[in-house]
Ligand binder design. Structure first.
Ligand code: EPS
Length: 392
């Protein structure tokens, strides 16, 4: 079962985004700058709407931390909203015309109301602020064990970045991503993505895309094959599918595995003595089609995850819908929104994946404190290196 858990609360135009994280080991150094950097990155990207000019998302650390270190108690954090007008009837009017693709219709029927605002305030992707804060906190833990996560935008419309990510080039790609507007390290693709988003803006339409993330430095054996709900690939897929507007998740080769014979899918195993002191213990692979996960466990290769985000469902030229009060045909409602939030989505995916990997790491290590976790980590790797064990 998960050791590290989080809950989020807050409405898009309520007082703020709240986060409660349980299970952080005592002694973990909490890097507030890192958390704020991730929040800032989530606010950026090409095609964002007016709200991001109003907010300056920064963390207010409320509990569970003393002198910069976790004390082993629940950690609560808040990001206060500048635009908090939820109770102002004029500035947050009722919405009766559900947007196709949004939670509006299903939520209104579920909660027995014709005011879609009752649903949309919580369904809003503003909630991803909380998920990024939780994931960035988890990144502090991963960093202490040499595990790092890199996310970027792979595709928007027809524009696709054609580059490989390897253990040798990814740090360079981070720099290129951070210098780009769509968070895509491939400059030509970044320009083409912007063109596509501009075209949608002109047409009063919106854009989705595909985001990708790679986790480097995982030891072999995080996750488990014992129970389906504890498999790390299953937990990652759940976390990614839980991001607003995501419609698809792939691990490694993903849906591509259906087109090829086994000999072209499975990653051959080699042993490289010179690598035995790394978390891979020297087990090298000829390829990484499995995306670093076999049997729900990390196999020492980078974990590779892709997610598909549908275009934003608030359209400047609204689709056909129905007025929930009159049941008459009507155009869908319009609210201030983004043309594209794909860059933000890459940051969100990177952080929710980080959280799941951190949870699996703690499940493997046990331990109430960082001192204990680190000793357990070293002991696990040292013992695995000694295999086969004479005393078993
Ligand atoms: C968002 C804040 C929201 C939306 C967007 C994401 O701000 P507002 O509704 O005040 O303009 O821009 O939310 C949605 C995409 C949605 O469907 O509600 C944010 O902080 O990311």
């Amino acid at each position: 079962m998960p050791r590290l858990t989080y809950n989020t609360a807050g409405e898009s135009h309520g007082r703020g985004c709240l986060i409660l994280v349980n299970g952080v080991p005592k002694g973990l150094a909490i890097d507030i700058d890192l958390i704020n950097l991730e929040l800032r990155r989530r606010q950026g990207g090409y095609g964002r709407g007016g709200r991001m000019k109003i907010e300056t998302d920064t963390i207010d650390l409320l509990t569970g931390v003393r002198r910069g270190h976790a004390i082993g108690a629940p950690i609560t954090m808040a990001v206060w909203n500048s635009d908090h007008r939820l109770d102002d009837a004029e500035r947050t009017p009722a919405l009766h015309r559900p947007r196709p693709g949004h939670a509006d219709l299903a939520g209104s029927i579920k909660w027995l109301t014709t005011d879609c605002r009752e649903t949309l305030e919580r369904a809003s992707a503003r909630e991803t602020t909380s998920r990024v804060a939780a994931g960035a906190l988890a990144k502090c833990l991963l960093k202490a064990f040499g595990i790092e996560v890199f996310g970027f935008v792979r595709q928007v419309g027809e524009a696709r970045g054609e580059f490989e990510v390897t253990a040798d080039n990814w740090r360079q790609l981070v720099e290129q991503r951070d210098a780009s507007e769509c968070y895509c390290p491939d400059h030509a693709a970044d320009e083409a993505m912007k063109d596509f988003i501009n075209d949608q803006k002109m047409a009063k339409d919106t854009a989705g895309g595909v985001v990708e993330c790679h986790v480097f430095g995982c030891p072999i054996g995080l996750g488990t094959c014992v129970n389906w709900y504890e498999k790390l690939d299953a937990r990652i897929a759940c976390a990614v599918m839980g991001i607003q507007a995501f419609k698809g998740v792939e691990i490694g080769m993903g849906f591509g595995v259906g087109n090829l014979p086994g000999s072209q899918v499975h990653d051959e195993i080699f042993y490289d003595e010179s690598q035995k002191d790394t978390p891979t213990l020297g087990y090298a692979r000829g390829s990484n089609n499995a995306g670093g996960l076999e049997g729900g466990m990390t196999n020492g290769q980078p974990v590779v995850v892709r997610g598909a985000m549908k275009p934003i469902s608030t359209l400047g030229k609204p689709l056909r819908s129905v007025d929930l009060n009159t049941k008459q045909p009507s155009e869908a409602g319009w609210e201030r929104s983004d043309i594209s939030a794909i860059s933000a989505a890459s940051v969100v995916m990177e952080n929710v994946v980080a959280f799941e990997v951190a949870d699996a790491l703690l499940a493997k290590l046990g331990g109430d404190s960082m001192t204990e976790c680190k000793a357990n980590y070293d002991n696990f790797l040292a013992t695995a290196r000694r295999l086969p064990l004479a005393d078993e």
